[in-house]
Design a protein around this ligand. Structure first.
Ligand code: AMP
Length: 249
C-alpha cells in the first residue's frame, strides 16, 4: 500500500513572528523554517505503519518554493521513501492545495493520505477535509490513533469531551492531531541517506491545476497587549469585581 504525506514548510514553532510594518503579513526574512509540526506527526505515523508491515511506500509531497526541498529532505531522513515537490511561487490557500493534492493522488494512486490537521502558519484546518471531499473519500480528522487493516482504517478522533472511533473504507484521508505519536529524532546517517533518495519536481501545469485565490488578507495585526492582572484579597472581592467590573456574572 502507498501512503501520501503532504508536508508544509512553515515558520518554526519556536520563532516569535513579527508583523510587517504595512500590516500585509508577517516578516519571514531570515526566520528559521521547519516542517509543520502536525505534518511531522503524519510522517511518523506513516513510518510506524510501514514498520508494522502495513505500508510499502511512503511518498512525501510539498507544494511551494524550491526551499520546500529542505522540508522534503527532512521527511526523507525521517523515513519517507521518495518525495515530490510541486513548484508554486505564491502562498496557496487550502482549496488550491487540496486541488493540487487531488491531482497528485490521481498520479500516485495512494490508498491513504495522512496529513497534519492544520498548518501552524495559517491555522486553517481545512485542507484535509477539502481533499477528502474533492476525492469523495472518507475522512478521519484529529486522529490520536490509527489502525490500518486490509481494506479499512480505524481512526480514533479527539473530539470535545472524549474520543470517537470511526472506521473508514480505504482509500481515505486521515489528519493528525497532537497526541497521535511522538516523532523520532533524525539520526545523522539518515540525513546522509536522505540525500540519495528520489525527489521529483512537478509543475502545476503538468498536474493540470490552475490556482485561483479566493480569500484576500485585508490586514494582519499584533494581538492587543494583555493588561496586567491584579491580586484580590478575598473571594468576596473577586465576585464583586466579576459582577461589577467585568460584568460576567
Ligand atoms: P491547513 O488546512 O492550511 O491548516 O493545512 C492542513 C494540512 O494541509 C497541513 O498540515 C499539511 O499537511 C497540508 N498542507 C497545507 N499546505 C500545504 C503545502 N503547501 N504543501 C504540502 N502540504 C500542505
Amino acid at each position: 500500500m502507498k501512503v501520501l504525506v503532504p508536508v508544509k514548510r512553515v515558520v518554526d514553532y519556536n520563532v516569535k513572528v513579527r508583523v510587517k510594518a504595512d500590516g500585509s503579513g508577517i516578516e519571514t526574512a531570515n526566520l528559521k523554517m521547519s516542517m509543520n509540526p502536525f505534518d511531522e506527526l503524519a510522517v511518523e505515523e506513516a513510518i510506524r505503519l510501514q514498520e508494522a508491515g502495513r505500508v510499502e511506500t511512503i511518498i512525501a509531497v510539498s507544494i511551494g518554493t524550491p526551499a520546500c526541498q529542505e522540508t522534503l529532505r527532512t521527511a526523507l531522513a525521517m523515513g519517507a521513501d521518495r518525495a515530490l515537490l510541486v513548484a508554486a511561487e505564491t502562498e496557496l490557500q487550502p482549496l488550491d492545495v487540496a486541488k493540487v493534492l487531488k491531482a497528485v493522488v490521481a498520479q500516485e494512486t495512494p490508498e491513504l493520505v495522512i496529513m497534519g490537521k492544520q498548518a501552524i502558519d495559517d491555522d486553517c484546518n481545512q485542507t484535509g477535509q477539502m481533499l477528502a471531499a474533492l476525492l469523495g473519500w472518507g475522512q478521519g480528522t484529529f486522529a490520536c490513533a490509527v489502525a490500518l487493516a486490509e481494506s479499512s482504517v480505524t481512526v480514533t478522533r479527539e473530539v470535545d469531551g472524549g474520543n470517537q472511533t470511526v472506521r473508514l473504507k480505504l482509500p481515505a484521508v486521515v489528519t493528525a492531531d497532537l497526541r497521535l505519536n511522538e516523532p523520532r529524532y533524525i539520526k545523522l546517517p539518515n540525513i546522509m541517506k536522505a540525500k540519495q533518495k528520489p525527489l521529483q519536481r512537478l509543475t502545476l501545469q503538468e498536474l493540470g491545476v490552475e490556482i485561483r485565490p479566493r480569500i484576500k488578507t485585508l490586514r494582519v495585526a499584533e494581538p492587543a497587549p494583555r493588561r496586567t492582572g491584579v491580586k484580590v484579597a478575598s473571594v468576596a472581592e473577586l465576585v464583586d469585581k466579576l459582577r461589577n467590573e467585568a460584568r460576567v456574572l
